[in-house]
Ligand binder design. Structure first.
Ligand SMILES: Cc1cc2nc3c(=O)[nH]c(=O)nc-3n(C[C@H](O)[C@H](O)[C@H](O)COP(=O)(O)OP(=O)(O)OC[C@H]3O[C@@H](n4cnc5c(N)ncnc54)[C@H](O)[C@@H]3O)c2cc1C
Length: 609
């Protein structure tokens, strides 16, 4: 079948005009909420019929009810209200039948608490007691409400799925195909966008969304340093895209080229090469390490951007301990026990603290290594570490880490590196077998190969609504984009997960708006807070202008990031990892039997001079 040529940029396909909420000037949120509530109320009424028969059979609907209100009228009010709530909870995002049923049963439970134990006594002129007696008296209402909630949610979820399929097939027959939205990148920004598109999915006229990403999971980078130190199982800090955005078409592969004229991308799947068309493209490809052209750094440094990086680094550190333990004291042994990190931002500070905890936490397994032997050095070009934090908290972090024995070289840059040495601009040379580079990032190479306007670091410049400047139908979000912050003289928003996630949501709203002929809204967000873990059960945090440090900040760090981790299953797994880490020493299993396989540096050995 010949493919329909893509519609001109941003022109709404015909059928979008039929969507009431898409009318220009119509408020974008409230009509959808109202519609979800109305649909829920209607299905709640349907779900109330079989439950009503049961109650009638029990003689519960023929009685006087509460006060002057007859029982059947109370029941009618309940099933409509509970249905509306279920519509808001379940109907706004497609989900599986089991998840929908669980949500509905929960609404039933809340409904019983609110309706049977609170509203009905008030209508009858009594004071609600929420006592065991009252609960026991209304147990049949509880069963009915749970049944009604579960049944209504399952019915609603099923109907929404059927409607989405039906609407697609009907519209496909009578109108042009739905506009194709392609998201490239399955990180915070890409998955955030896909989840938001799913919210719009049950509406007629919603676009056909595909997400392509190299990795099939969203990596929760704030916990990456802990994965590298063995405090957390690496797989536990990653959420599969197929689970996080279960109703979005997912394809694993690497996009190597974008043709913005033909509106296609070239996709390498590992099996073949494909050309994938789009009408609107959302680039969310993140960033990669930037080595600033420094001699030997790229070849000899470990990086910390991916799960593979974290695992490689952990295996390497444990390997150096195994070797140092059986090596006679001397130069090579001290090089093996020297760990150098470049970059005093979040990633560098967290990884030097975590490496310190790892090495000291497992030291009892290596009796040949004295506690004073391992050496940790952090090299940072600025005058103080953690410039993202206030000077007070930055100084706090510095003093905590210095007190632990970590050395700092501030106001100094790395000049180069080889297999056994890191050279600094101060002229100092540090012999080491472990050099971690966190001192620079640049946008993913794909972005550099695209036209449009690029900022100094290479990121794709967007306007305030996240549209790539100079490229029709292309949007960019997250670390690969240079998005002007109107509250900061147009300087770019910082490359953080919290910004990327929100940009993903806004880009989905804006693409949907543009396809429906509405005006996109500018992205505006101010940082909620910053948190940095410092190891040893301490952290530093600034949240909404309030500063925290030490154990309080550490508890906040763990609580906040645990809550933000995508998916209940991963949260439980990470929580268990943390509990086990409190009770047991870190695991020293080297998961890759070839010690330096995959690591950038060659096998340690006597260093050639
Ligand atoms: C160690 C570390 C700690 C951090 N700690 C914090 C923190 O505590 N708080 C915070 O807010 N931020 C933190 N960050 C920053 C945060 O991780 C990033 O800002 C965020 O991940 C950016 O999201 P993104 O979606 O733009 O990119 P990413 O999350 O990097 O996702 C990019 C995605 O695109 C895919 N991709 C790339 N190129 C292609 C291609 N050509 N084809 C297909 N797919 C492609 C990748 O596989 C990946 O899935 C940390 C970063 C690191 C490295």
């Amino acid at each position: 079948m010949a493919s329909t040529p893509p519609p001109p940029a941003d022109r709404p396909p015909q059928r979008h005009r039929l969507e009431p909420a898409a009318l220009p000037g119509a408020a974008s949120v409230h009509p959808h909420l109202a519609r979800s509530a109305l649909e829920g109320a209607a299905v709640g009424l349907a779900g109330g019929v079989p439950v009503g028969f049961l109650l009638t059979y029990q003689g519960m609907l023929s009685g006087p009810g509460a006060g002057a209100v007859p029982a059947w009228l109370l029941y009618l009010g309940y099933i409509l209200t509970a249905g509306a709530v279920i519509g808001l909870v379940v109907g706004r995002r497609p989900r599986g039948l089991a998840a929908a049923a669980a949500g509905g049963v929960l609404v039933g439970l809340l409904g019983w608490l609110v309706w049977s134990l609170t509203v009905e006594p008030v209508l009858a002129g009594q004071v609600p007691t929420w006592s065991i007696d009252a609960a026991a008296r209304t147990y049949r209402e509880l069963v009915a409400d749970l049944l009604h909630g579960g049944l209504t949610a399952v019915l609603l979820s099923g109907l929404l799925a059927v409607r989405a399929d039906w609407s697609r097939s009907v519209w496909d027959d009578v109108t042009p195909r739905p506009p194709r939205v392609l998201i490239v990148g399955g990180g915070f920004a890409g998955v955030g966008a896909a989840q938001r598109f799913e919210r719009h999915a049950s509406r007629p006229g919603s676009p056909d969304v595909t997400l392509i990403s190299e990795s099939n999971f969203l990596l929760f980078t704030p916990m990456l340093a802990e994965a590298a130190s063995g405090a957390l199982e690496p797989a536990h800090i990653s959420a599969p895209v197929r689970a996080a955005a279960g109703h979005t078409r997912f394809r694993q592969g690497t996009v190597t080229e974008v043709d913005t004229d033909a509106r296609t991308v070239r996709l390498l799947t590992g099996i073949d090469e494909q050309i994938v068309g789009y009408d609107q493209l959302v680039l969310a490809v993140g960033s990669v390490p930037r080595f600033l052209g420094l001699p030997g750094v790229e070849d000899n440094a470990f990086t910390l951007k991916s799960l593979g990086d974290a695992t490689r680094l952990r295996n390497h550190v444990l390997t150096t301990l195994e070797r140092a333990d059986r090596m006679a004291p001397g130069e090579e042994r001290s090089w093996l026990l020297t760990f150098v990190v470049a970059g005093g931002g979040f990633a560098g500070t967290e990884i030097v603290a975590e490496l310190f905890d790892l090495v000291h936490g497992v030291s009892h397994f290596y009796p040949g290594i004295a506690a004073t032997e391992p050496r940790f050095v952090l090299v940072h070009s600025g005058a103080r570490i953690l410039p993202e934090l206030s000077a007070e908290l930055g100084d706090y972090a510095l003093s905590r880490l210095t007190a632990r024995g970590i050395e700092f070289r501030l106001g100094v840059r790395v000049a180069g590196a080889d297999a056994g040495e890191v050279s600094l601009t101060s002229g100092e040379q540090i012999q080491t077998r472990t050099f971690v580079w966190t001192a620079g990032n640049r946008p993913s190479p794909l972005v550099e190969r695209i036209g449009g306007e690029h900022a100094r670091g290479g990121a794709l410049t967007t306007d305030g609504t996240l549209r790539a400047v100079g490229l029709d139908g292309v949007w960019a979000v997250g670390d690969c984009a240079h998005i002007p912050d109107p509250d900061n003289d147009g300087a770019a928003y910082p490359p953080t997960a919290q910004h990327a996630l929100r940009q993903g949501k806004v880009v989905a709203d804006n693409v949907t708006a543009v396809l429906a002929g509405r005006t996109p809204t500018p992205f505006r967000f101010s940082t909620i807070g910053v948190l940095v873990a410092l190891g040893h059960h301490s952290a530093a945090a600034e949240i909404r202008g309030r500063r925290f440090s030490g154990l309080t900040a550490w508890v906040l760090w763990r609580g906040i990031y645990l809550a933000k981790l995508p998916g209940a299953e991963k949260r439980v797994r990470v929580l268990l990892d943390w509990l086990l880490d409190l009770a047991f020493p870190r695991d020293i299993v080297i998961t890759d039997p070839t010690p330096t396989a995959g690591a950038p540096r060659p096998e340690p050995g006597p260093r050639a001079r």
